[in-house]
Design a binder for this molecule. Structure first.
Ligand code: UT7
Length: 325
């Protein structure tokens, strides 16, 4: 059995927040942020919203576009590093209830910014194994809740949002190619140290650096440029295709300079890359499905065209999927 994406959707909460509208105490500027990252705007969820609420809005659009009812979904795969609750219940089960899909199995998956690609491959494997026929794959994130608002080198980069796809069994679809990898030895380059079993919360704890996202930006930048190229080449080799055969590349949206460096090193025209970072910032595992939906909603993708999704993130993880629309 093969699989096909039958519907996509995304949701960006609230109005765009421009670089000029960031807190003045940050001592940053539109010029610095835009020239170093390509970001102009990001979105922040309202205090009443949680991660599963963003996921719900993206999922409803994906289901509508797939012409699929929530009651038909067999499995919900929810990729996030910013779940509603730190351990449990899983955000996937909260989404299952909000969607009205009591028949669906539901689980969270954390491979950080690569999480959507990992979840998509998990969905594909379940369909290949003929365990499930219709799977909802969601990437939903609220980075605004976990960044350190005293650290200008990270807090300006991230935003909130959600993207979702419906994956369905389809005998006539072409096989997908996939590459999932991790480099655990560099795990400490991107962390949120406090609150797990190594550093559990204690009564009287002061909320400080350990409670927030921390990143060795240069190390992650170099890693990203190297592994995005490696993953694209891996997928081309597996499929026996060349860059010319790929119509669109949808990369994790972390920094447009990373994508430009990957394009230059691998001799790939920039026009093939779908870029949405200017208006979203980095939305971690939501970034690929958001960019994919924006691409699909433009109506330019034709059946049979090839799309390559590729991501990297904390872990450090990386991976990609090459599929035919
Ligand atoms: O989703 C995966 C996770 N994230 C990533 O993929 C991010 C990967 N890394 C990057 O994209 C880049 O390394 C950053 C955008 C994070 C940083 O860009 P950079 O060109 O490597 O800047 P830098 O860290 O070398 O900093 C250069 C200067 C420093 O000042 P000095 O020491 O040269 O005086 C920083 O203090 O820029 C300063 N700086 C800022 N200035 C204004 C850092 N952040 C800011 C800021 N506004 N927001």
């Amino acid at each position: 059995m093969n699989a096909r994406i039958t519907g996509t959707g995304h949701y960006l909460p609230g109005s765009p927040i421009h670089n000029d509208d960031l807190p003045k105490e940050l001592d940053t500027s539109h010029e610095w942020i835009h020239s170093h990252t390509g970001i102009t705007n990001r979105h922040w969820a309202s205090p009443e919203e949680a991660c599963s609420d963003l996921a719900l809005k993206a999922s409803l659009k994906a289901l509508e576009n797939a012409n699929c009812k929530a009651e038909e979904i067999d499995l919900i795969l929810f990729s996030t590093v910013t779940p509603d609750f730190i351990s449990f219940p899983a955000s996937a089960t909260l989404l299952q209830d909000k969607l009205g899909a009591p028949q669906a199995a539901a689980m969270d998956l954390n491979a950080a910014c690569s999480g959507f690609v990992y979840a998509l491959e998990t969905a594909y494997a379940f369909i290949k194994a003929e365990r499930y026929k219709k799977i909802l794959v969601v990437g939903s994130e609220m980075l605004s809740r976990i960044v350190d608002w005293n650290d200008r080198s990270t807090c300006v980069l991230f935003g909130d949002g959600a993207g979702a796809v419906v994956v369905e069994a389809d005998e006539k679809a072409s096989p997908w190619f996939s590459a999932l990898n991790a480099r655990g030895k560099d795990a400490m380059a991107l962390t949120r140290l406090q609150g797990g079993t190594l550093n559990p919360y204690k009564s009287g704890d002061v909320v400080d650096h350990g409670h927030f996202l921390a990143m060795d930006g240069k190390k992650v930048y170099l890693f990203a440029v190297s592994v995005l190229g490696e993953t694209i080449q891996n997928l081309l080799k597996q499929s026996g295709l060349t860059v010319e055969d790929i119509d669109y590349i949808v990369p994790h949206q972390a920094n447009s300079r990373i994508i430009e460096a990957v394009a230059a090193r691998n001799k790939i025209p920039m026009e093939k890359f779908v870029l949405t970072i200017e208006d979203t910032g980095n939305t971690s595992s939501a970034s690929i499905p958001i960019a994919l939906d924006i691409l699909i909603q433009k109506g330019e993708v034709k059946p049979g065209q090839r799309i390559l999704l590729v991501g990297f993130g904390a872990g450090l993880t990386y991976g990609g999927t090459l599929l035919q629309w």
